[in-house]
Design a protein around this ligand. Structure first.
Ligand SMILES: [Zn+2]
Ligand SMILES: [Zn+2]
Length: 338
């Protein structure tokens, strides 16, 4: 079988690898679509803290079941599925609190000998395989990034009446806006540099969108939302967004950090004290978030299609990653097809 192997930073090579076989409790999936994620880019650039070459990247996947390992029930060969791409131990302190997403023994593709999804075949534990019966493969590959948005909205305590602002409209920012909208937010505003992404945000449920390059962004948004926002999501790792969030959250509001900021970021902590703000992080998703994402995809059949801007054969994995770095054309979600 073919895999796209990151040999060293900036170099992805298509290689022939031994065919995978599912062990007991595992499922072998023939990959139809593998989504390229921002974290794959960090590895490609050589800046990922622990996922280092040689490695087969990718964790977003939709495909059909090619074989079932011993003891797997409730799934059938030929079924369209996606995978919630991490395993948790079930016994550590975090798991016992129900916070499986921060499991102390979490394993993700590309680590612990678990080959990533940029390949013809992918193996997964059966308990994290989810049928895509009503959703289909192409849309189903979006479940993983949408689940990130669902969890972020939950961390932001979004519900009916919430006024939400999302700073950054890449895939995760767009899906956070969508999740906030579907969770019943009264209003959702979003900022981004790309007119393409701003237009897409409107399709996905944003009520107001703002050009992030506007030097007067904060007063402009403030003039539309005089009371400030109940919750502000940092979905871009641009350091300027931190001050924007502090300026635009209402007193007693909440700031949710989704983006992975590189290095230290200056933060005027007194703003948190004076305005009694909550500052929280968010880390991937739980099983409940993943199921919610799947239900959102099933409920709105075509709303999310615009998020997929590119489909490339697996052979062009190198080009797919380079394209996302260059951003010389509108790029949101890039899919690989083995
Ligand atoms: Zn992802
Ligand atoms: Zn655990």
């Amino acid at each position: 079988m073919r895999v796209a192997m990151l040999r060293q930073a900036g170099e992805v090579v298509i290689e022939e690898a031994p065919m995978l076989a599912p062990s007991a409790g595992e499922v072998l999936i023939e990959v139809a679509y593998a989504g390229v994620c921002g974290s794959d880019l960090h590895s490609f650039e050589g800046t990922h803290p622990f996922r280092q070459p040689p490695v087969v990247l990718g964790h977003e996947v939709a495909g059909t079941i090619a074989a079932l390992g011993e003891g797997v029930t409730g799934l059938t060969v030929g079924q369209a599925v996606t995978v919630m791409p991490y395993t948790h131990c079930g016994v550590c302190a975090q798991c016992r609190l129900g916070r499986t997403n921060t499991c102390l023994n979490k394993v993700v593709p590309g680590l612990g000998g678990w080959q990533g999804t940029f390949a013809e075949y992918f193996v997964s534990r059966a308990e994290i395989v989810y049928p895509l019966d009503q959703i289909g493969l192409r849309r189903g590959v979006l479940a993983e990034p949408l689940a990130v948005g669902v969890h972020a909205a939950r961390r932001g305590l979004v519900g009916p009446g919430t006024r939400a602002l999302v700073l950054g409209g890449g895939t995760i920012g767009l899906f956070t806006a969508l999740a906030a909208h579907l969770a019943g937010a009264e209003s959702v505003a979003l900022t981004d540099l790309s007119p393409h992404n701003l237009a897409l945000a409107r399709v996905l449920g944003a009520d107001d969108v703002y050009d992030a390059s506007d030097a007067g962004l904060v007063p402009r948004v403030r003039s539309d939302y005089l009371d400030g926002f109940d919750v502000v999501f940092l979905a871009s790792a641009a350091k300027a967004t931190v001050a924007q969030a502090l300026a635009l959250a209402r007193r007693g509001g909440r700031i949710v950090i989704i983006a992975l900021f590189a290095g230290a970021v200056p933060l005027v902590l007194s703003a948190l004290t004076v305005n009694e703000l909550d500052l929280v992080g968010t880390q991937i998703y739980t099983d409940e978030d993943f199921r919610t994402a799947l239900s959102y995809l099933a409920a709105a059949p075509h709303a999310h299609d615009g998020v997929i801007t590119h489909e490339l054969p697996l052979e062009q994995a190198q080009e797919a990653l380079a394209l996302m770095l260059r951003r010389d054309e509108p790029v949101v979600k890039v899919l690989l097809r083995p």
